[in-house]
Write a protein that binds this ligand. Structure first.
Ligand SMILES: Nc1ncnc2c1ncn2[C@@H]1O[C@H](COP(=O)(O)OP(=O)(O)OP(=O)(O)O)[C@@H](O)[C@H]1O
Ligand SMILES: [Mg+2]
Length: 242
């Protein structure tokens, strides 16, 4: 079976400085992939390449077997298929919760006003946020903003959800809650790539971790198995002080 997403030998340089080097990974339908690594190792850059917010230097990214780097790729279509929840959620401050979720439905999916608000409210209510529909982002807590950002991404009915540091704007005890939310979505069939440097989140997700170091995939395994690799100074440095 072809992968939903296939990344091969992906390289990205910023001003000649390599940030991603020969990154290859496959994502199957329904998979939940957790990508970990220290700050600055290239995690956000990798996600941004996948939905073409930045152009890779070399390599191939295929989505459902189709090369997405082709000039002919419809980027709006691609971003409907690949939902992205940003590190800082990136809600529009001057729009209400409902308007935040509605905007792309109207602009990218061409829904009319009624379809849009029905769809947006349905998605918000799945995350317990319908009663906040008329609030502005500044009136929400970090966890509430995050749920709005996830609802906004899922309202587009994407084939895969990219999550960038879902706990970075939340207090540490929220990790387990976020883990439950994401695991629940995955059990409902949502394919997810979750990028994080939050060890407690990675541990609560109970998935194998793809560990990135200096722009390369360094190791793959459970948090416990990576932490036990005492001969590996990179892994020891990251996992050793648990
Ligand atoms: N637009 C850019 N121009 C130049 N350098 C960049 C750009 N974006 C990222 N970088 C550099 O690329 C490296 C990787 O950045 P990236 O944001 O991908 O890291 P990250 O793993 O997501 O880190 P964090 O865990 O802190 O979010 C960093 O050294 C960063 O300074
Ligand atoms: Mg990042």
């Amino acid at each position: 079976m072809t992968s939903l997403l296939s990344i091969r030998d992906l390289t990205k340089q910023f001003d000649g400085t390599p940030v991603l080097e020969d990154v290859s990974l496959e994502l199957a339908h329904g998979e939940f992939k957790v990508i970990m690594g220290p700050s600055g190792c290239g995690k956000s850059t990798l996600l941004r390449c996948i939905n073409r917010l930045i152009e890779p230097t070399s390599g191939v990214i295929e989505f459902n077997g189709q090369d997405i780097m082709q000039a002919s790729t419809d980027v709006s279509w691609l971003r409907q298929q690949i939902g992205f929840v940003f590190q800082q959620f990136a809600l529009f401050r001057h729009l209400t919760v409902l308007e935040n979720v509605s905007l792309a439905l109207r602009k990218l999916r061409g829904f009319n006003r009624l379809e849009t608000s029905t769809r947006a409210l349905t998605e918000l209510s799945k995350f317990g946020m319908a009663e906040f529909a008329d609030k502005f982002p500044a009136e929400l807590s970090g966890g509430q903003k995050q749920r709005v950002a996830i609802a906004r991404a899922l309202a587009m009915d994407p084939q895969v959800l990219l999550m960038d540091e879902p706990t970075s704007a939340l207090d540490p005890v929220k990790s387990r809650e976020v883990a439950q939310l994401l695991s629940g979505l995955n059990q409902q069939g949502v394919t997810i790539i979750c990028v994080t440097h939050d060890l407690s989140l990675a541990e609560s997700l109970l998935q194998d971790v793809t560990f990135v170091h200096s722009g390369r995939i360094h190791a793959v395994g459970s948090v416990a198995s990576l932490a036990q690799r005492v001969e590996d100074p990179v892994l020891q440095h990251f996992f050793g002080h648990r």
